[in-house]
Write a protein that binds this ligand. Structure first.
Ligand SMILES: *Cc1c(COP(=O)(O)O)cnc(C)c1O
Length: 370
């Protein structure tokens, strides 16, 4: 059997270590995972209620079109239900979008480093990936627009960018959209939008009417705390949503994910509380980094990328030995940075204390990073 040549070079996704694995391997009692940008406060209590009532429904297929959730979400976002498509996480919406629009030999423009799923899915479709380096940790939208050609199908914008947490402003985004030809689909990934507290962050929904080539991606995996029941969504013109729906599997999101998302959406007080606690945690970490003489990228997400000025892999391992799991920049082309999820107050304090120890253990890197 000969596999599709488009995929033979693709790596199999390597998940970060789980807390259980680290506990077992290192014989630790307590392990804190700040590596996947999960919500340290879980999800709304309403989610538990919604799920408990549904244990008798395991044999029934979900509503493929998620009609009830689409109705609630369309009200919440002030768009029409036919402007929304759900996926098993927004990862699946990325996959469906690539499958629906990309033909072999097409081109696609994205930043680097950014969220890896864009490149992964585009390569599966045998398109050419044009990567534009970040400028000060932020998408260089002007250069990205300049790299658009006749065969460009999709331009990907991760805002805030993962892994750097930085954002492009409303003004920057509009300036780019004004210059992007209509044959290019602009995928704007806003997985962390609910964490934003900056007035300059784009009001992307308000742009949908003016730019029919804009597709916004959001998810219930991050602030809504439903990463265990993946469900994410795309918002665009009815025409774009129809096209993506043509490649959607019939029952791609589960009954439980839909019910959990509906309950989670209804508890906006929980979301506001998580946003406020995240902001406090962010300020605390920035103060600590400053006191330690470290620099970081200004983040509007629930994670922050700090420059340890030491080899990231060694720092990662020094933190792991103390029961703290973070993401090392060494696999992301940022050899001295760590990406850390903002945790609960207690988790943040434990991380800072472990970071201080690690900074003593690991010698500063000469000649790398800066
Ligand atoms: C986490 C994340 C997603 C996807 O999450 P799902 O669980 O698939 O919904 C998408 N984009 C970015 C930038 C992310 O960080």
């Amino acid at each position: 059997m000969k596999p599709n040549p488009n995929i033979v070079h693709l790596p199999v996704y390597q998940p970060g270590k789980s807390t259980d694995e680290v506990k077992r391997e290192l014989g630790l009692k307590e392990v804190i995972k700040l590596a996947s940008n999960e919500n340290p406060f879980g999800s709304s209590p309403a989610v538990r209620e919604a799920l408990l009532g549904r244990f008798g429904e395991t044999h029934i297929y979900p509503d493929g079109a998620s009609v009830e959730l689409a109705a609630a979400l369309s009200q919440h976002l002030n768009v029409e239900p036919n402007q929304i498509i759900f996926g098993a996480g927004s990862d699946e919406v990325v996959l469906m979008t690539a499958r629906a629009y990309i033909e072999p030999g097409d081109e696609t423009v994205m930043a680097t480093p950014t969220f890896p799923q864009y490149k992964h899915n585009v390569e599966v479709e045998n398109a050419k990936v044009i990567e534009v380096p970040l400028r000060d940790g932020t998408h260089d939208l002007e250069e990205m627009v300049r790299r658009i050609g006749e065969r460009t199908k999709i331009l990907w914008i991760c805002n805030p960018n993962n892994p750097t947490g930085t954002m492009n402003t409303h003004e920057e985004l509009v300036r780019a959209l004004e210059q992007i030809p209509e044959h290019v689909l602009v995928v704007l990934d806003e997985a962390y939008v609910e964490y934003n507290t900056s007035a300059e962050y784009p009001d992307s929904l308000s742009l949908l009417k003016t730019y029919p080539n804009l597709l916004i991606l959001r998810t219930f995996s991050k602030i809504y705390g439903l990463a265990a029941l993946p469900i994410g969504y795309g918002i665009a013109s009815a025409e774009v949503i129809h096209t993506i729906n043509q490649v959607r599997e019939p029952f791609n999101t589960s009954r439980f994910a839909q019910a959990a998302a509906l309950a989670a959406l209804g508890d906006q007080a929980f979301i506001a509380d998580c946003r406020a606690k995240n902001r406090e945690g962010m300020i605390y970490l920035e103060e600590q980094f400053k006191a330690l003489g470290l620099s970081w990228y200004p983040s509007v997400a629930n994670f922050i990328m700090v420059d340890t000025e030491r080899p990231a892999k060694e720092m990662f391992e020094a933190l792991l030995r103390q029961g703290i799991i973070v993401r090392g920049g060494h696999s992301l082309g940022m050899p001295t940075h760590l990406r850390v999820t903002i945790g609960s107050r207690e988790q943040n304090e434990k991380f800072v204390s472990a970071l201080k120890t690690a900074l003593h253990e690991v010698a500063p890197a000469a000649g790398i990073g800066k």
